[in-house]
Design a protein around this ligand. Structure first.
Ligand code: 1GP
Length: 237
């Protein structure tokens, strides 16, 4: 299994959404580097476990991105923990994290934990409302958030989250240029192989979500598009 620091392409699957077994197989066997299990609402322990069991039929790496303490369960290769840097509600910055550590802190395998500095940029995304995110950030604000992640907090991942809309490549490039060590994850609105390739020119890891549920054939084409970019990030893996 590749370390998350080597992932170029991942699919994000939502435990609250249905995907038929044939499509799930195609997604897991597509050559993507990993499946991230995560969603903003109606995520439960039951639907998380059900999706984990299905993905585990395949050899692809599988990570849980935690959005609710209820869905935490062992069995994933990695646990991605977002801290939403531009959240208005402090529960999404450190509140739920402290609560989780009180419950699970002594039993956590820290090698499997990856903290993501999240920057949410689509004002209409469910996750913006949920976290009360300030999405009015310009390029300099995003560069500052990237530096906050990378230099000040030394987080391993900076996640530019445009969930539902395709982002601004100039902002993604600016974020990439501001990062020295943190990996840049880009996610949001990828609906074609060309868009996936465009973001892969700047982001270390391209996250493809909803299109899987809307047009699986196109979703599958994003894998090769991203893998063909082959850029050198200059970071240590
Ligand atoms: C969502 O960043 C991911 O958390 C992917 O976004 O669903 O818009 O592809 P989309």
């Amino acid at each position: 299994m590749l370390s998350y620091r080597e992932w170029k392409h991942v699919f994000k699957l939502d435990p609250a959404k249905d995907l038929d077994n044939k499509d799930l197989e195609a997604v897991c066997e597509s050559g993507t580097d990993a499946i991230i299990v995560g969603g903003s609402d109606n995520v439960t322990l039951d639907n998380t476990l059900a999706l984990l069991a299905k993905v585990r039929r395949y050899s692809v790496a599988c990570a849980l991105e935690i959005s609710t303490l209820d869905s935490i369960t062992p069995g994933f290769d990695y646990f991605f923990i977002p801290t939403v840097l531009n959240a208005g509600d402090p529960r999404w910055i450190t509140g739920m994290h402290r609560q989780a550590l009180k419950e699970y802190g002594t039993m956590m395998n820290w090698d499997e934990i990856v903290t993501e500095g999240y920057c949410i940029l689509n004002k209409d995304a469910k996750v913006s409302a949920l976290t009360e995110a300030d999405t009015t950030l310009d390029q300099e604000d995003v560069e500052a958030a990237a530096m906050l992640t990378d230099r000040l907090f030394h987080l391993p991942v900076f996640y530019l989250e445009y969930s539902g809309v395709y982002g601004d490549p100039a902002i993604v490039k600016a974020a990439a240029d501001a990062l020295k060590n943190a990996r840049l994850f880009y996610g949001g609105g990828i609906r074609s192989a060309e868009q996936a390739a465009e973001m892969a020119a700047y982001a270390d890891t391209v996250v493809v979500g909803n299109i899987v549920y809307e047009d699986v054939k196109t979703a599958l084409k994003t894998v090769e598009a991203v893998k063909n970019i082959g850029r050198d990030d200059g970071k240590n893996v």
